[in-house]
Design a protein. Structure first.
Length: 528
C-alpha cells in the first residue's frame, strides 16, 4: 500500500524527485564532460539521450503528481527509473556496464514509499530485468550496441557479476526497507504523541478558560509563563509584568527563596486592584525546562467578603438595636414627663425672664431628643409592608409643602408627572421622601435650590432629588448609608440609613451621584 496519503509524504515525494533531478543532472554533465574530453569504450550519445529523457520525465513528475493518484505517480516514476537504468546498462556494455549500480536507487526509493514486500518485488523485478538483459547479450541473442569496444567477459565473471548484483539488490531492499519501516513506525508514534499532546493542550486550555478561578504560572524570576483570561483580567497581566512582585511582598519572596526545597502549597489573601483575592501558591520543580516554577490559583473573594461584612454588621446592629431600643423606651417616657412638667411650670408659674429662656431650651432640646429617639426606633423596627397603588407625585407634593413652610429661603423646583403610579407602602415611602428632602435641605443651607422630579424612564418610575449643596467625596459616598454617619452638625446620622432600609425592604434600587462642592443627585427607581 502506498503511504502517500498525507501532506508530509507528499513533501517527501517532491524532495526525492528533486534529488533525482540533481543526480540525473550530475550524471548528464559528467557524461557530457567525459564524452568531450576522454575516449570511452562505449558511445556517449545514447547515454546522454537516455539521461535527458529521464530528466524531462522527472520534471514532468511535478505536474503529474497534481493530477494523478500518488500510487500511479510512484509506479510511473519507478518504471521510468528502471527503464532508464536498463538503457544505460545496455548502451554501456551489459554485465560489465559501470551503470548497473544505479538499479539500487529505484529500490531505495521504493523502500521509502512502499511496504517491505513491495520493495522486495521491485528489487526482484530490477534483478530480473538486469539478468535478462545480461543473459541475452552474453548469449548473443541481443547484439551489442554499435560502437562498443569491450572485451567479452568469461562465463565465471558473468556468473560472479550476476550473483553479486542479486546479493546487492536483495541486501539493499531488505536493509533499506527495514530502516524505512522503523522510521515510518517512529513517525507514526511521534504523530500520535503530537496529536495526543495537542488534544491534551486543547483540553488544558479549555479547562483553564472555563474555570472560575484565575490560573498563573511564572518562573523563579517572576516572568509570566502562562495564564488564563480570568487571571489576566484580575491582575491586569501582560508578559512584562513581574508576577511575584505583584502577588508577593519582598519579605514573602525572601521567605520562599529560603525554603526552596519545600514543595508544599501556601494560601494568602491580598487586596489587588480593588479586589480581595485568595491566592493558593505551589512551587514545582523540573517544569518548562526551568529549575523552579510557581503556580498560583486565584479566587475573587470580593463579593464573599462584602457579604460577610454585611452579615457581621447586621448582627452587630441587631444586637445594638435590641439594646438601644430598650434603652430608648426607658428614656422616652421620663423625657416626655420632664418636657410636660417644664411646659406646665412655664404656663402656670410666674418665672423670671432669665429662667423662662432656660425652660424654653429644656423644652426645645427635649423635643429634639424625642425626635431622634423616634427616628432610631423607626430604624430598628421596620413594620410589615402594606402595599398600595398610589400616585408618587402626591406624596412628593405633601412633603415639599411641609419643608417649604419651615425653610422659606430654599427654592424647591418640582417637575412631577401626577399620572405616574407605583406599588409600595405609602407611609414608608413618605418617610423615605421626607428623609431625602430633609438631607438635601441640610446640604444647601439657608439658601439654595432643591430640584425634585418624578418621571418615567424605560420600565421604571424614577424619583430624582438634586441639590446644589456641599456634595460628597468618594469616601463619604461609600459611608452614606451607614448608621450614625452624618455630615451635618444636626441629627444623629440615621436618615439615609433609614432610606436604604426602607428601599431594601421594597427591593427598590437607589443611585447616588455627587461631586464635592457641586451638589448631589439621588435617584430612586420604582419598577412599574
Amino acid at each position: 500500500m502506498i503511504l502517500l496519503e498525507d501532506k508530509q509524504l507528499a513533501r517527501k515525494f517532491v524532495l526525492t524527485n528533486s534529488i533525482r533531478i540533481a543526480i540525473l543532472s550530475g550524471l548528464l554533465l559528467i557524461s557530457l564532460f567525459v564524452g568531450l574530453f576522454f575516449k570511452t569504450p562505449f558511445p556517449t550519445v545514447p547515454i546522454l539521450v537516455s539521461l535527458s529523457i529521464a530528466l524531462v520525465f522527472s520534471l514532468l513528475e511535478f505536474f503529474l503528481i497534481r493530477v494523478l493518484h500518488y500510487r500511479t505517480a510512484i509506479y510511473l516514476q519507478l518504471g521510468m527509473d528502471l527503464m532508464v537504468v536498463t538503457l544505460l546498462v545496455y548502451f554501456s556494455g551489459g554485465i560489465s556496464s559501470p551503470f548497473y549500480f544505479l538499479y539500487i536507487l529505484p529500490i531505495i526509493v521504493s523502500a521509502l514509499f512502499l511496504r517491505r514486500t513491495e520493495t522486495v518485488y521491485v528489487a526482484t523485478f530490477a534483478f530480473i530485468i538486469f539478468g535478462l538483459l545480461a543473459d541475452l547479450m552474453f548469449l548473443d541473442l541481443l547484439p551489442m550496441y554499435p560502437g562498443l569496444s569491450l572485451e567479452r567477459v568469461s562465463t565465471a565473471t558473468f556468473i560472479y557479476n550476476l550473483l553479486m548484483s542479486f546479493i546487492a539488490f536483495s541486501a539493499v531492499a531488505m536493509i533499506s526497507s527495514f530502516y524505512f519501516e522503523k522510521i515510518r513506525s517512529a513517525d507514526e508514534k511521534l504523530r500520535n504523541v503530537r496529536e495526543n499532546f495537542r488534544d491534551l493542550m486543547q483540553l488544558n486550555n479549555t479547562v483553564l478558560e472555563k474555570m472560575h478561578n484565575g490560573f498563573v504560572t511564572c518562573s523563579a524570576s517572576g516572568r509570566a509563563i502562562s495564564y488564563n483570561e480570568i487571571a489576566r483580567h484580575m491582575l491586569r497581566l501582560d508578559k512584562r509584568r513581574n508576577v511575584l512582585d505583584l502577588l508577593l511582598t519582598a519579605e514573602e519572596q525572601r521567605s520562599e527563596d529560603g525554603n526552596s526545597s519545600r514543595p508544599a502549597g501556601k494560601y494568602l489573601e491580598k487586596s489587588i486592584h480593588g479586589r480581595i483575592l485568595g491566592i493558593t501558591m505551589t512551587r514545582l520543580s523540573g517544569m518548562y525546562a526551568l529549575p523552579q516554577v510557581f503556580v498560583f490559583i486565584l479566587t475573587d473573594l470580593t463579593e464573599k467578603k462584602r457579604i460577610e461584612a454585611e452579615l457581621k454588621e447586621r448582627e452587630h446592629l441587631a444586637l445594638i438595636g435590641e439594646m438601644a431600643a430598650g434603652l430608648a423606651h426607658e428614656i422616652r417616657n421620663p423625657l416626655a414627663s420632664i418636657s410636660g412638667s417644664v411646659q406646665f411650670l412655664y404656663r402656670e408659674m410666674r418665672v423670671a425672664p432669665e429662667h423662662k429662656n432656660l425652660m424654653e431650651i429644656i423644652v426645645k432640646e427635649s423635643s429634639r431628643l424625642s425626635g431622634s429617639i423616634e427616628n432610631f426606633l423607626d430604624y430598628t423596627r421596620i413594620p410589615p409592608l402594606e402595599i398600595e397603588r398610589f400616585a408618587l407625585a402626591n406624596l412628593v407634593d405633601d412633603v415639599v409643602e411641609l419643608l417649604q413652610t419651615a425653610h422659606a429661603g430654599i427654592r424647591f423646583e418640582r417637575r412631577c408627572d401626577p399620572s405616574l403610579e407605583v406599588s409600595a407602602d405609602p407611609r414608608q415611602i413618605s418617610q423615605m421622601i421626607w428623609n431625602l428632602l430633609n438631607n438635601a435641605v441640610k446640604a444647601v443651607g439657608e439658601e439654595g435650590v432643591v430640584q425634585v422630579a418624578v418621571f418615567r424612564a424605560e420600565n421604571e418610575v424614577r424619583l430624582s432629588v438634586r441639590d446644589n449643596g456641599l456634595g460628597m467625596s468618594s469616601a463619604d459616598k461609600e459611608k452614606l448609608f451607614s448608621p450614625f454617619f452624618s455630615r451635618f452638625s444636626s441629627g444623629i446620622g440615621l436618615g439615609m440609613a433609614l432610606v436604604k432600609r426602607i428601599l431594601d425592604a421594597h427591593k427598590i434600587e437607589i443611585q447616588v451621584q455627587s461631586e464635592k462642592n457641586v451638589g448631589t443627585e439621588v435617584t430612586i427607581c420604582f419598577p412599574l
